[in-house]
Ligand binder design. Structure first.
Ligand code: PLP
Length: 396
């Protein structure tokens, strides 16, 4: 089938929830993907920060083959070897002592919100409210869209669950003021806002939140669904700030392309989850977890984090150079291999022109071009991507 045929069938049968570009990607290798008409693209989207090891990585393909030949799925009625191994490794390399597995970022956040409520009910006299931030993105379930600080995500879904409020991001004073000592049980933030336009908080924001949470006996939840698993050059973004959360959520890159999410927590909080408190049929599935373990091992042992830092600098330098050249670029911000280029105007046309020229990027928050290539990308590919982008920007 070619692009047109696939698009026709999609438009006829698939729920109309996505505004899609008019191509169907059918094959990938490293930082490159091909569409059904055979056209090649440099992939600076990576499945929106999912394909951390690029496409068709041998460690991922091997883990899939080996596990598929052994056992694809069993219920959480039984112990699952790849699940216990991945949980142990995630705990070894993070602040956490317990992991709950699920299948997506929204589910990981849903688990975090449910755990916070049970913790509040059990230890803090029924405190239940979660404070999050404007422009945040936490998912599309009813609870996670209510925690999300974007009106457009919530529109049409009233009545929303009670117990959520948002304050401006990177504003410690606003957060401190919003805390209700009788009801607030947790603060939920992304260490770097991804969907909100690649917004990096002030230097002391996360530390300040930690201090605030300690003082008020409130849980600190980091949503690292987008920033985690090496994206910022460290395994988890919180490591840059010298603070630890009480709960952290992961998904996207965790499965290297397979649906896998996780909620990690300190023991003092995690113990509020007891048998029957929460569950997921597919959560911690043998196939997804064996791939997750291979992804984690490759990130930690394969020089990938170092590459992310080095290539991140190359990409940042290139984007800064473009900023100097084109007056309509307002700001470049990010860390590691997540960068945003804020424009003076809507970025939709630039994204379309890049796609026509063979470069996949996307636009968040209307005006912010986002660059989130695979963490294994090389210098030559970054140079190629920047050259395409420069050409497109020059034509605007
Ligand atoms: C920070 C953050 N949290 C949660 C989510 C939701 O993840 P999912 O789409 O896997 O449910 C996203 C998705 O973009 C995200 O960026």
């Amino acid at each position: 089938m070619n692009n047109r045929q696939i698009i026709n069938i999609t438009q006829r049968y698939v729920a109309n929830t996505y505004a899609r570009f008019p191509i169907a990607l059918v094959r990938g290798k490293g930082a490159w993907v091909w569409d059904a008409d055979g056209k090649k693209y440099l992939d600076f989207v990576a499945g929106i920060a999912v394909n951390c090891l690029g496409h068709n990585h041998p460690a991922v393909a091997r883990a899939i083959r080996q596990q598929a030949a052994k056992l694809l799925h069993v219920s959480n009625l039984y112990h699952i070897a790849p699940q216990s191994e991945l949980a142990r490794e995630l705990c070894r390399h993070s602040f956490a002592q317990r992991v709950f597995f699920c299948n997506s970022g929204a589910e990981a956040n849903e688990a975090a919100l449910k755990l916070a409520r049970r913790y509040g009910a059990e230890w803090h006299g029924g405190k239940y409210e979660v404070l999050s931030t404007h422009n945040s993105f936490h998912g599309r379930t009813l609870a996670t869209l209510t925690a999300t600080g974007q009106e457009k995500v919530r529109a049409g879904y009233d009545p929303l669950p009670a117990g959520f409020r948002q304050v401006p991001f990177s504003d410690l004073g606003a957060m401190a003021e919003a805390i209700d000592e009788k009801t607030t049980v947790a603060i939920l933030v992304e260490p770097i806002q991804g969907e909100g336009g690649v917004v990096v908080p002030n230097k002391n924001y996360l530390q300040g939140l930690r201090e605030l949470c300690d003082e008020k006996e409130i849980l600190l939840i980091f949503d690292e669904v987008q920033s985690g698993m090496g994206r910022t050059g460290k395994l988890f973004a919180y490591e840059h700030y010298g603070v630890e959360p009480d709960i952290m959520t992961l998904a996207k890159a965790l499965g290297g392309g397979l649906p896998l999410g996780a909620m990690l927590a300190k023991e003092k909080v995690a113990r509020s989850f007891v048998p029957g408190a929460h569950a997921s049929t597919f959560g911690g599935n043998p196939l997804a977890c064996s791939v997750g373990a291979a992804v984690l091992k490759t990130l930690l042992q394969g020089g990938v984090l170092k590459n992310c830092v080095q290539m991140g600098r190359v990409l940042f330098d290139g984007l800064q150079a473009l900023k100097k050249k084109f007056g309509f670029i307002r700001e470049i911000r990010g860390q590691g291999l997540i960068w945003g280029m804020e424009l003076e105007h809507d970025g939709g046309k630039i994204v379309e022109d890049c796609l026509s020229a063979g470069l996949l990027i996307n636009c968040t928050a209307h005006k912010v071009l986002r660059f989130i290539p695979p963490l294994v990308i090389g210098k030559k590919e970054i140079a190629e991507g920047l050259a395409i982008l420069e050409d497109v920007l020059a034509r605007q």
